[in-house]
Design a binder for this molecule. Structure first.
Ligand code: HPA
Length: 280
């Protein structure tokens, strides 16, 4: 099945007139980020025909259109995951829609397990690259040349120039920031210790169940991508305790104020020093 993204875009345009310059996906821990947004319009995923709707407790499902400082943004409050039973094409549909609406930047956030043994629960990791080899590619199927090329280059997905800006912001704000490779597995079960040892051998620093497929689709459409992961727990087998969704949520909630500040300040700087310059 092939989704008619352009038709869905036209439907959404009948409901929303806002023109975003940047898109942000709120992962676990950034649920309250919306409170700092100057909201202009919102649109529930339920109200978009053919749109996937999140089934995860605690994940709201709506687009927020508005301003973060001066930046016109579309914000996804709640994302859908592959493990919920949607196809990769459905999971990444919101990314395509946000690009068609005008967003040139995609800022990804998520919760992850720390694979790198130097990491600790509560750390932030700037995503430098990813490993997608254990999930189906969201680009499999007929390619719509209007959206992007059949064989997209993947050599600078998480733009080096943007990462430098985020590192600078973190330093100015005195927020410690790791940098590393994120690997996406399908979930929904957490990984086994053997899988985490494998991920580490392959060069991964953090593991999660989202983000990579979204980055691939954004890159396919020519968006500038960046991402920060909140390491909410050490991955399976590293510490002598089982993993739980409760731990993930508790850590995410604990560091949420710092995470929000890092994302908000980074967005302002990226907009001023990267997006606006690029447009002019
Ligand atoms: N594994 C996969 N996804 C996750 C984890 C983890 O340890 N923590 C938060 N999301």
């Amino acid at each position: 099945m092939s989704i008619d993204v352009e038709k869905i875009y036209e439907d959404v345009r009948k409901k929303v007139s806002f023109q975003p310059r940047a898109a942000l996906i709120l992962g676990s821990g950034l649920g309250n980020f919306a409170e700092t947004v100057q909201i202009v319009e919102t649109l529930d995923y339920h109200d978009i025909d053919g749109f996937p709707v999140s089934t995860v407790p605690g994940h709201k499902g709506r687009f927020i259109f508005g301003y973060v400082d001066e930046v016109p943004m579309v914000i996804m409050q709640g994302r859908v995951h592959y493990y919920e039973g949607y196809s990769m094409e459905q999971v990444t549909l919101p990314i395509r829609l946000m690009k068609l609406m005008g967003a040139q930047l995609l800022f990804l956030t998520n919760a992850s397990g720390g694979v790198n043994t130097d990491y600790h629960a509560g750390d932030f990791m700037l995503i430098s690259d990813h490993i997608s080899s254990f999930i189906p590619s969201p680009l499999i199927g007929t390619n719509n040349e209007k959206l992007g090329p059949r064989f997209p280059d993947m050599s600078d997905v998480y733009k080096k120039e943007i990462r430098e800006l985020i590192r600078r912001v973190a330093k100015e704000e005195e927020i410690p920031l790791k940098e590393g490779v994120y690997i996406q597995f399908t979930g929904p079960a957490y990984e086994t210790p053997a899988e985490i040892r494998m991920a580490r051998m392959l060069g991964a620093d953090a593991v999660g169940m989202s983000t990579v497929c979204e980055a691939i689709v954004a890159n396919h459409m020519g968006m500038d991508v960046c991402g920060i992961s909140c390491v909410t727990n050490m991955a399976s087998g590293i510490l002598p305790q089982p993993l739980s969704h409760k731990e993930v949520q508790e850590t995410a909630d604990r560091v949420a104020p710092l995470f929000e500040r890092l994302v908000r300040k980074s967005l302002a700087v990226i907009d001023r020093e990267y997006l606006c310059r690029k447009q002019s």
